[in-house]
Design a protein around this ligand. Structure first.
Ligand SMILES: [Zn+2]
Ligand SMILES: [Zn+2]
Length: 286
């Protein structure tokens, strides 16, 4: 009855498999033991004992239903599949926590356009930072699991989300989706590079829904060549991206695309050149 004609269960079937207490117990036992790929498999006897089912026919039936999708048989016993562990991590990352829900909070940073104190929100798995006093700044918004607020103040959570975005942009720029590991496609919008407010860089995953729009500097804030030249210009690269001096950009060649980027700091002007694959060349201080 699935949508897929092959052996792969449809998403509907995969979720439906979880709808039974014995099957959930089996998964919980396996996931409790699981640390990483080197986790010792749980033997058939251990598993049956931990789940507390004495009827082996019934136990075999439910174990069999999970087999392939959530449970794998290896030498010495059973382990959760990558899908089971990924699902487990997603549920842990995004589990609702009403007591800690912080839908709106002050951020220790100012709007780069009007100087007003910024406001943070956390909704549907996204942490956003916006200015409520002007419409001139596009703001910051990035996927951030609610779990990221545990053990952190609001400002620490914003720092963490910003750092996460920076890391992910670095990985995505190198051609890999930070969420699903598939290849990425980079688009540099030439007109937006010069005109201004819209994010001129877009990186999307060729497989999942990862899609991020970025200003010019953000994908390069972990690039050693760029951070070195920015630091030489006296710019603190650890600050929020929106607190850095606004870069000036100039398209110096259309084919192949070359964009000259200049950032003014207290100790000089950092310059570097990027291409349509977001590779960097000739970083220097002027
Ligand atoms: Zn503002
Ligand atoms: Zn992806």
């Amino acid at each position: 009855m699935g949508d897929d004609p092959g052996e792969q269960p449809s998403m509907r079937e995969a979720f439906a498999l979880l709808g039974h207490d014995i099957r959930l117990d089996i998964l919980v036992v396996l996931l409790d033991e699981w640390v990483a790929a080197y986790t010792e498999p749980t033997t058939y006897a251990e598993l049956m004992d931990a789940v507390g089912v004495s009827d082996s026919g019934k136990f075999n039936y439910h174990l069999g239903r999970l087999h392939g999708t959530y449970v794998e048989k290896v030498d010495g016993g059973y382990v959760p599949t990558a899908a089971a562990t990924a699902l487990y991590r997603a549920v842990v990352a995004h589990r609702p926590d009403r007591a800690r829900d912080r839908t709106q909070f002050e951020v220790d940073s100012e709007c780069p356009r009007c100087g007003a104190r910024l406001v943070g929100t956390h909704e549907r798995g996204f942490l956003s930072v916006d200015c409520e006093s002007c419409d001139d700044w596009l703001g910051f918004s990035y996927p951030f699991p609610g779990n990221g607020f545990r053990g952190r103040t609001d400002d620490e959570a914003v720092r963490a989300a910003h750092g996460r975005c920076k890391q992910h942009l670095g990985v995505a720029r190198s051609g890999q989706c930070p969420f699903c590991a598939a290849t990425t496609t980079i688009e540099v919008e030439r007109d937006a590079i010069v005109a201004g407010n819209e994010p001129p860089i877009e990186i999307r995953c060729d497989s999942c829904s990862f899609h991020v729009g970025s200003h010019v500097l953000f994908p390069f804030l972990l690039d050693p060549d760029v951070t070195a030249v920015l630091s030489d210009a006296g710019i603190d690269v650890e600050r929020y991206e929106w607190e850095l001096p606004e870069p000036t950009t100039r398209v110096t060649s259309q084919e192949p695309l070359r964009i000259h980027v200049e950032v003014d700091g207290p100790d000089g002007t950092a310059t570097f050149v990027i291409d349509d694959r977001l590779d960097v060349s000739s970083g220097r201080l002027e």
